[in-house]
Design a protein around this ligand. Structure first.
Ligand SMILES: Nc1nc2c(ncn2[C@@H]2O[C@H](COP(=O)(O)OP(=O)(O)OP(=O)(O)O)[C@@H](O)[C@H]2O)c(=O)[nH]1
Length: 454
């Protein structure tokens, strides 16, 4: 069995198991909740519908925002429309419960209208889910062309609008068309619902689920929750079909079930937001580090060195001296000419590591030129800075090339200049210039030495 098939089989097993456990848990929870509040039945259903409406509107808004950020994910738009349309149709459901907040409003309820809105809501969501899955399947094809996007979005918009229009026409709000799913006086489902419509909706959700599973192969938690959503609608419809009339607890149970499923989806989306935030934060940290570091050595770059030096100088006093050490490799050109630039780079990397290891966390080790480095040592006197520089110089010149793991082709030396600022009215450039002068004095004195600026 190929790897992808094995992964799909594993995901499917996990999916089925978690569906069974969650459905049992949700059913038990909904039964328990419904029986805990037996006296206010007429209030419970519209209240849950309002919650559901808000949740669906949140999901639609989230999907829309995600699409605006990632325009190549066109498949998010049918999902956004499915939830937006669902929220709109739930307004229709609410209108079937006039004065629902009054406990004696039971007589006024138009159950048939409520089920008509439910029927069209199911068709619209299932079809838009299928469209989303199909678009997901073709996501790598050349669909990012603006005109194709516009056509698809228009078609989705027209479909959504026609579903809303049809539900409005079929409801009692318009005399043009009519359909009877339930008797408003006896609360009994008509044969049209029990014999055909209910099963048709179940079949539609089953097809949607199969398409979703085979195309998405449950690649991520997003499709996982989409599949779970389909299963929940199938179970909800089955629960409704298995009851004789609407006035029992089944409607409440079904709605509660739907609300919990939607909450689960919202939880998944929140996880998605969290992941997105974490990824973008990591990327930000990454690019910030790249902007302040030298790519070859990972030491700080020239700009960061000067910025930090300027900041530190403002706090410099006699009691808090600031030392700058400028270093330049001796006769480095010869190494490049004799062993090539690649070997020259390895030497630069070796020296960088020695410099980095020689300073404290609060100090700054930077590469300010080709083979020129600078160290910024806070709260460090001239004598202490000289000692640090001397330690580095010895570590470099005493390194045995044979033990350098190919980093050094031959022994190398470095010349270093030290300048210590004890007052804050010096500029960063003046500090570096003085350390530079000391470094050139070291070169002139025969190289491989440390000179302190006097
Ligand atoms: N491999 C490598 N070489 C570099 C890099 N940046 C600068 N160089 C070389 O470093 C050498 C610097 O040479 P110079 O500054 O002229 O002097 P030097 O040979 O080091 O001699 P002194 O400084 O007088 O001791 C030049 O050959 C540059 O091409 C780099 O990133 N990688």
């Amino acid at each position: 069995m190929p790897d992808s098939m094995r992964r799909f089989a594993r995901h499917s097993f996990l999916f089925i198991t978690s569906c069974i456990i969650t459905i049992f848990l949700f059913s038990w929870l909904s039964m328990w909740a419904i029986h805990e509040v037996p006296g206010i039945g007429t209030v419970v259903f519209p209240t849950m519908t309002i919650f559901l409406l808000v949740f669906h509107a949140i999901i639609a808004g989230f999907m829309l925002m995600k699409y605006i950020c990632e325009k190549h994910r066109l498949y998010l738009m049918p999902i956004a429309c499915a939830f937006a349309g669902s929220a709109l149709l739930m307004l229709g459901t609410l209108s079937s419960y006039p004065q629902w907040y009054l406990c004696n409003a039971g007589r006024l309820i138009n159950y048939n209208d409520a089920i008509i809105f439910y029927f069209f809501r199911n068709i619209m969501m299932a079809v838009l889910f299928v469209i989303a899955v199909v678009l997901y399947h073709f996501r790598k094809h050349d669909m990012h062309v603006r005109s194709i996007h516009a056509w698809i979005l228009t078609a989705i918009g027209i479909f959504m609008a026609s579903m809303i229009l049809l539900s409005w026409l079929y409801s009692s709000k318009h005399p043009l068309l009519n359909v009877h799913f339930i008797d408003n006086l006896t609360y009994t489902f008509t044969p049209l619902w029990r014999g055909m419509t209910g099963w048709f909706l179940i079949a539609l959700w089953c097809i949607t689920l199969i398409i979703l599973l085979t195309v998405s192969r449950l690649r991520n938690i997003f499709w996982y929750s989409g599949g779970f959503f389909c299963v929940c609608y199938i179970v909800t419809l089955w629960v409704l079909l298995s009851s004789d009339h609407s006035a029992g607890y089944t409607w409440y149970q079904a709605r509660f079930f739907e609300t919990l499923t939607t909450l689960f989806l919202i939880f998944v989306l929140l996880c998605d937001v969290f992941n997105l935030y974490r990824r973008s934060h990591d990327k930000y940290l990454d690019s910030y580090q790249n902007s302040i570091r030298d790519p070859l050595t990972r030491l700080y770059n020239r700009r960061y060195f000067y910025d930090t030096l300027t900041q530190q100088l403002s706090r410099t006093t006699l009691a808090h001296p600031l030392s700058v050490i400028v270093s330049d490799l001796d006769r480095f050109k010869r190494i490049n000419d004799q062993y090539g630039h690649l070997q020259g780079d390895k030497v630069i990397q070796f020296v960088s590591r020695v410099l980095q290891n020689a300073v404290r966390e609060e100090d700054v080790a930077a590469r300010v030129g080709g083979e020129e480095f600078a160290l910024l040592l806070t709260n460090t006197s001239a004598t202490e800075a000289y000692n640090v520089a001397e330690r580095i110089r010895q570590a470099i010149c005493q390194q045995d090339p044979k033990r350098s793991d190919g980093q050094l082709p031959e022994p190398i030396t470095i010349s270093m200049g030290v300048f210590t600022a004890t007052e804050h009215d010096l500029s960063a450039e003046a500090c570096v210039q003085r350390a530079d002068q000391a470094m050139y004095a070291a070169k002139e004195a025969g190289r491989n030495r440390v000179v302190v600026w006097q």
